[in-house]
Design a protein around this ligand. Structure first.
Ligand SMILES: Nc1ncnc2c1ncn2[C@@H]1O[C@H](COP(=O)(O)OP(=O)(O)OP(=O)(O)O)[C@@H](O)[C@H]1O
Length: 184
């Protein structure tokens, strides 16, 4: 079964304790909303959840495939958007492009996309990943109001289908019923 849990997790970076004693558990359909001021450790928490950073203490349980949206979108800048996404999500590319309102940009090189378009492209990779656990670090950055509303609908649909979402943000993203994880 899909599950993501932190048990008494501590994070140490640059010799400094960013957080400790952190615990939450997410079952299918559930979400966590990670908030707190700049530099408090939101991105670090997301990287620990993804298995990219080792917690200094405690245990992380991760059952299910993970899709990570971070600062870097991991799409080749020289390739067309369709080709770059296709590298990751294959024949789900057309559906993901349509879901993010990017179908008209499919043949455009990734490097010419605007900030918000790039963010949508990163989300298209997550949407097309088929992963049960979405880890989204500042997913609303660069998105306009319609983009944020779309993001909220996509996360709701993912949860409705039994997925899990962790959203780290310093802006408002509506995640009904999400567990608040307040750092700092
Ligand atoms: N590789 C590293 N080595 C040492 N310190 C680091 C490293 N990466 C991040 N840090 C520090 O860890 C702290 C937390 O960083 P993190 O990116 O997790 O914060 P954040 O809450 O996501 O911040 P923001 O809201 O600005 O994105 C910061 O003080 C940062 O300088």
């Amino acid at each position: 079964m899909t599950r993501l849990a932190f048990d008494d997790v501590a994070c140490l970076r640059g010799g400094r304790v960013l957080f400790e004693g952190l615990g939450f558990a997410l079952a299918p359909g559930e979400a966590a909303l990670v908030t707190g001021p700049n530099g408090v450790g939101k991105s670090s928490l997301v990287r620990i959840a993804a298995g990219l950073l080792r917690p200094a203490a405690g245990e992380v349980t991760r059952e299910g495939a993970v899709a990570l949206l971070g600062e870097a979108h991991a799409l080749d800048p020289e390739w067309s958007l369709r080709h770059a996404l296709g590298y990751w999500i294959g024949d789900r590319t057309a559906t993901a492009l349509a879901a993010l309102g990017l179908a008209h940009l499919a043949e455009v090189p990734v490097r010419v996309l605007s900030t918000g378009q790039r963010r949508r492209a990163g989300l298209a990779r997550v949407v097309g990943s088929n992963a049960a656990i979405w880890l989204l670090d500042e997913p609303a950055n660069g998105l306009d109001d319609d983009g944020v509303a779309l993001l909220e609908r996509l996360i709701a649909a993912h949860r409705g289908a039994g997925g899990i979402a962790v959203v780290a943000t310093h802006t408002t993203v509506a995640l009904p019923g999400a567990q608040p994880v307040r750092l700092g």
